[in-house]
Design a protein around this ligand. Structure first.
Ligand SMILES: *Cc1c(COP(=O)(O)O)cnc(C)c1O
Length: 354
């Protein structure tokens, strides 16, 4: 029996996507060739890339609004660097909400002055800072919409006079946001979109071309845009599987539908965390992530018992990140409500047993 997979990333994808992708490895679209052996310049693969780009913009409600979607390599981590390389002329503003946000900030420092507008480091990143001011002379403002490790999520975004850039790796396509507030969005595929190997970058074209430094081709967004995300061989399988996941999401009803589903799952787990005296949530309630729920045992001595019960129930990947400890239940789009209910039931059983 398939396990209930709460892994933070790489992580769960729809079962139907796994099935279709595995068929395509043997015989893609009935052409008697594998998706892995055809040219990325073949009409079959170009159709995949075009559909992936169109679906990304459509799901985000950004078609016809001056945005381009790219599928690049190097993961979200490469974008920490690329964003600054392409956009930072004098000064950039960063919101520090945890490990990934801090890594993005660190890379930007190679290219200019970086202002940290606020940080929640004082409480091990268990909340999202509010009421900060984004300087109007910054080239852009960068934030991390969902903090995968700490289980916090930005519920609102500031009104900024400067372009807003967001790392949405772990909550892309999971909730309705006015995405047109952002000038650049990036997301490593392996959290909510596809297998590892590609990163989605959605850029408003008019923010490019404003820095004076020369930009090497592979880093220059304009190069990738002019080559329709085919400047070099793209990660064909990751793009293909991401496209299948986006198709799945569209058929389901898009972001609005999945958002309701995701909220239901989060409610089940957080209700149990708050009800059960053996557990306490890590993140401040108002900033709790709908994607990654972080929680600890009130009595660490119960860990071996709980871990054994979780294993028995087929729960996979619930151990917390080393910087938080405890547990983390990642409940990405493809996770069924039933799996979350199984986890909540095991937590309740522990209470009955202890
Ligand atoms: C996982 C993650 C990253 C790192 O992604 P890579 O593709 O491994 O570079 C960056 N940001 C966030 C928010 C993440 O969850």
């Amino acid at each position: 029996m398939k396990k209930h997979n709460f892994s933070a990333g790489p992580c769960i994808l729809p079962q139907t996507v796994f099935q279709e992708a595995s068929k395509a490895v043997l015989n893609f679209n009935g052409i008697d060739l594998s998706i892995l052996e055809i040219s990325h310049r073949s009409k079959e693969f170009i159709a995949v890339m075009e559909e992936a780009q169109a679906l990304a913009l459509e799901l985000l409600g950004l078609e016809g609004k001056g945005y381009k979607a790219l599928f690049l390599q190097g993961g979200a981590s490469m974008q920490f660097l690329n964003v600054a390389y392409n956009l930072l002329e004098n000064k950039a503003a960063y919101l520090n909400t945890g490990t990934w946000a801090a890594k993005a900030l660190k890379e930007a420092k190679f290219f200019g002055e970086v202002t940290e507008v606020a940080s929640s480091a004082d409480a091990n990143f268990n909340y999202i800072p509010k009421g900060y001011v984004v300087p109007e002379d910054a080239d852009y403002f960068h934030c991390t919409s969902n903090n995968t490790i700490f289980g916090t999520q930005m519920k609102s975004f500031p009104e900024t006079a400067v372009p807003m850039v967001a790392d949405m790796s772990s909550d892309i396509f999971s909730r309705s946001i006015d995405f047109s507030k952002f000038s650049l969005i990036y997301a490593g595929a392996q959290k909510n979109m596809g297998p590892a190997g590609t990163v989605l970058v959605v850029i408003k074209e008019d923010i490019l071309g404003k820095v004076s430094r020369p930009i090497p081709s592979m880093i220059d967004y304009r190069q990738h845009i002019s080559k329709e995300s085919m400047f070099n061989t793209p990660p064909v399988f990751s793009v293909y599987v991401s496209m299948l996941t986006m198709r799945w999401l569209k058929t389901l009803g898009g972001i609005k539908t999945i958002e309701e589903h995701n909220n239901r799952k989060a409610e089940i787990i957080y209700n149990e965390i708050d009800r059960n005296p053996l557990f306490k949530g890590f993140a401040e309630k108002e900033d709790r992530s709908v994607m990654n729920a972080t929680f600890n045992l009130t009595d660490e001595g119960l860990k071996p018992v709980f871990d054994e019960m979780a294993k028995e129930a087929g729960l996979n990947g619930i151990n917390g990140h080393r910087s938080v400890g405890g547990y983390r239940a990642s409940m990405y789009n493809a996770m069924e409500t039933e799996s979350v209910q199984v986890l909540a039931d095991v937590m309740r059983e522990l209470e009955n047993k202890a």
